[in-house]
Design a protein around this ligand. Structure first.
Ligand code: NOJ
Length: 514
């Protein structure tokens, strides 16, 4: 295993910077705000933060449309503010992970503006262009008539996100460049320069956006594996503790390509979906959580998850980690359709699984997905999962002193806040804090600890070395035998009597065995 050692007991907090904490009253979160909240993050026990993109951007896709990879967006502060944030985080033993949007830029990026010129220049091949405006490409998404350049450019996501050119593995048209073309190699080098630049300012790694998207016409993935193993080798040579996290959602492939961690989220393997999201067989865009496993109705099937999970886990074990996050900025919040007890049970699972847990800001207090919000900055139905953090019952729930916010805070009367939950020993926040503490203090529960299924159903029972974990999302009492049980480290509606764990309805327990 050559992953950075610090990952073994890592618990990572995902911060959506525009919605975290605003220190200058402009209604948008900023880097100074994150800095001011580092004590909170440390107290919760998080060991690292991942920031969604903070680069200069026109924000047509929330910053995933980068205009300048070497500059912090003025609304968040300056590069110096970033350096200070890293310095302050380091004092608290917190690593800082940036988002690396490797596959595309904004059409506002200077590289693209030069690339769109009809005259040949250094950036002509930085993006993928066909050889005529009438040639609309190879079946992928291409945009025609953007500029006087006689060609169409390929987009990687929205129309305003032109695909950077790392080359084609199989070249079938004259305008497609092979991966080893000097201009594609120059792009690869540029990516490394970007990584070096931010690591020199204090960053400890990157979550790579659409990590599998770089190479085109690469049916067996040979090209993408080659790129990432090359980039990783060179990155690690300079930053031995630097971590690379993929947004791939197919851990077997991402870890084989050299990543330290890959997510299991709402696309790719569908593992996350079986746990928290959609009714079997329904369209992913529906916010429907019916038969997911973590529901009090108990209509889910954990075996569906395990079939996928174990296939990936057995393959990546010893080489890299799977991360099942509580949520992220691209999907409805996990609290949708679940009460605080349901969330405690779900988090007991998420924070006792192998690999590296991620908590999306606000999930630690059960923030809600706000339905029906107008799309903001390319959010569309993702907007409701991106609303400002709820710190206290003050103005704007303590997020900002401004009169106008870029997105409204949850105005509902029962909207949870950090201050109230800090004061309540039974709150979700205090439960999450305790779970993190238990995980970090128990080597068997950390990333590298063993994982073995004891029984799959309601309840779901598994062992992590000398620890037995029981999760019972279904609202029905159960008794679970626990030979050599010593102590219940943390639980919900759970009691230990001799060698039997009793769960009085929906609940969970983490038991240390003798
Ligand atoms: C994945 C990001 O998480 C998402 O927010 C973004 O819109 C796309 N990639 C495009 O960069």
């Amino acid at each position: 295993m050559n992953n950075p050692k610090w990952l073994n007991d890592a618990v990572i907090y995902n911060i959506y910077p525009q919605s975290f904490y605003d220190t200058n009253g402009d209604g948008i979160g900023d880097l100074k705000g994150i800095c001011e909240k580092l004590d909170y993050i440390q107290e919760m026990g998080f060991t690292a933060i991942w920031l969604n993109p903070i680069y200069e951007s026109p924000f047509k896709d929330a910053g995933y449309d980068v205009a300048d990879f070497y500059k912090v967006a003025p609304r968040y502060g300056t590069n110096e503010d970033f350096r200070i944030l890293c310095e302050e985080a380091k004092k608290r033993d917190i690593k800082v992970i940036m988002d690396l949007v490797a596959g595309h830029t904004s059409t506002e990026c200077e590289w693209f503006k030069k690339s769109a010129l009809p005259q040949k220049n250094e950036y002509s091949n930085r993006y993928i262009w066909t050889d005529s405006v009438w040639n609309t490409g190879d079946g992928r998404k291409f945009i025609s008539g953007w500029s006087d350049r006689d060609g169409c450019y390929m987009t990687n996501f929205f129309y305003c996100q032109p695909a950077l050119n790392y080359g084609y593995k199989q070249v079938t048209a004259p305008w497609q460049l092979p991966m080893d073309h000097p201009d594609c190699m120059a792009m690869r080098q540029e990516l490394l320069n970007i990584m070096d630049y931010w690591c020199d300012l204090g960053a400890n790694g990157f979550r790579v956006d659409m990590a599998s998207s770089l190479v085109k016409e690469d049916p067996d993935g040979e090209g993408i594996r080659e790129i990432w193993s090359d980039l990783k080798t060179r990155f690690r040579a300079k930053h031995p503790d630097g971590v690379l996290i993929a947004e791939w959602s197919f851990p077997k492939d991402a870890i084989a390509a050299g990543f330290d961690i890959d997510f299991m989220i709402h696309f790719g393997t569908k593992a996350y979906t079986t746990l928290f999201r959609y009714e079997k067989g329904t369209n992913q865009s529906e916010a429907w959580i019916g038969n997911s496993y973590f529901r009090a109705e108990g209509k889910g099937d954990i075996q569906e998850f395990l079939d996928i999970y174990l296939e990936h886990y057995n393959e990546v074990k010893g080489k890299g980690y799977i991360a099942i996050p509580t949520g992220n900025h691209d999907m409805q919040r996990v609290s949708m359709g679940r009460d605080m007890t349901d969330l405690k049970i779900a988090y007991t699972f998420l924070l006792t699984m192998p690999g590296v847990p991620f908590v999306y800001y606000g999930d630690e207090i059960g923030m809600q997905y706000i339905k029906g919000l107008p799309s903001k900055e390319g959010g569309f139905n993702r907007t409701g999962a991106r609303t400002p953090m709820q710190w206290n019952q003050g103005k704007n729930k303590g997020f900002s002193t401004g009169d106008e916010l870029y997105l409204p805070v949850d105005a509902s009367a029962d909207a949870p806040t950090v201050a109230e939950q800090e004061a309540d020993p039974n709150s979700l926040l205090n439960y999450v804090k305790k779970l993190i503490e238990v995980r970090k203090a128990t080597p068997d529960l950390c990333a590298d600890g063993e994982f073995e299924v004891v029984s799959a159903g309601y309840p779901f029972v598994y062992r992590r070395g000398n620890v037995l974990v029981i999760v019972n999302p279904k609202d029905e009492a159960v008794k679970v035998p626990a030979a050599n049980a010593k102590e219940c480290l943390i639980g919900v509606n759970a009691g230990l009597c001799g060698e039997t764990v009793t769960i009085s309805g929906k609940g969970a327990a983490v038991i240390i065995l003798g």
